[in-house]
Design a protein around this ligand. Structure first.
Ligand SMILES: [Zn+2]
Ligand SMILES: [Zn+2]
Length: 315
């Protein structure tokens, strides 16, 4: 499972950072998920290893332009490049209405089905075949959300000892069990769950939209590998700018990640004041002071791969 940073600036782009967009790709499928789509995200995509054709789910955290202005251009380019498979979009109702109005006004007809999901009506975990997505309500100047993405399609291994013990000899049913199918063997129904186990532990990541209250993510954190959270300012700069911006600072996010024992914290969405050569050092120092885990400050085109933790059958 890999997290690709396509845009790591807040509000406006700079020469080194585009506005928000993060992608999540997987090992056993080419399908991938995009979280947020700032203006010119399609240009960033062209410089990355990700393919338009396999972008199957787009999540938009909130209505601010630095998180969604790239959407109409990206979708119409995907269409002009001949994408046929459907695209799911999880977004605020207003973003969906704006998209439809833009396509209507510009006489754009997409080559694929756009399946829209109103984010405020998403509850629990949604199954997108290759991953599950849960929506988390955050706090910002407007409604804002985070997305917990859990991988699926993890290959299964057979519990050979149990199969032997239960006198189930090898044959085509082994293959089916391994693929997750329940099979009839003699007079018994064999459940794939009873005779297989996952090759590796499910990997999970949370990617947040703009959020002034990291603690809102707490109920989703116990089993995640990575938290991607905005850190628009340092603590003292946020004091100067004012809390009405609805953003987080490095201290607050780092304290939260430490409290929750999150293995990897990736900060992003940096104000342009930190984009210079040594600009990020103040953010890094501050976060490092409060968080002892694996801290990363994202750059455009940086990719973080979450390692697999292989599972073994307990004897
Ligand atoms: Zn933003
Ligand atoms: Zn915002």
């Amino acid at each position: 499972m890999h997290i690709h940073f396509l845009g790591t600036s807040s509000g406006v782009p700079s020469q080194t950072r585009n506005t928000s967009s993060t992608a999540i790709s997987f090992d056993k499928t080419k399908s991938w998920v995009m979280v947020d789509c700032g203006e010119a995200t399609q240009h960033q995509l062209l410089k990355s290893s990700l393919s338009f054709f396999h972008l199957d789910v787009i999540c938009i955290s909130h209505v601010h332009g630095d998180h969604c202005y790239g959407l109409p251009g990206l979708l119409s380019s995907m269409s002009m490049n001949g994408k046929m498979s459907p695209v799911h979009i999880i977004a605020p109702k207003k973003v969906i209405a704006w998209l439809h109005a833009t396509f209507h006004m510009s006489d754009t007809r997409l080559s694929f089905d756009l399946i829209t999901h109103d984010i405020s009506e998403m509850e629990g975990s949604s199954d997108f075949n290759f991953c599950d997505i849960e929506v988390i309500a955050l706090k910002h100047r407007v409604s804002s959300f985070g997305f917990k993405v859990s991988e699926k399609l993890i290959p299964k291994k057979l519990k050979i000892e149990k199969l032997t013990k239960d006198s189930i000899k090898s044959g085509p049913h082994y293959n089916k069990l391994q693929k997750g199918e329940d099979v009839v063997f003699g007079s018994q129904l064999l459940s794939s769950k009873d005779y297989t186990f996952q090759s590796w532990q499910t990997r999970r990541v949370i990617v947040c939209g703009d959020n002034e209250r990291p603690a809102l993510v707490a109920n989703w954190c116990s089993d995640i590998d990575v938290l991607v959270h905005e850190s628009t300012f340092t603590h003292s700069d946020l004091h100067k700018v004012g809390f009405h911006t609805g953003h987080s600072d490095a201290k607050r996010v780092a304290e939260f990640a430490q409290l929750q024992q999150i293995p990897t914290l990736i900060l992003t969405h940096f104000s342009v004041r930190y984009h210079g050569e040594h600009g990020l050092e103040s953010l890094r120092r501050e976060a490092n002071h409060y968080y002892c885990g694996n801290l990363i400050l994202a750059e455009d085109f940086f990719t973080f791969s979450i390692k697999k933790i292989k599972l073994h059958l307990e004897k």
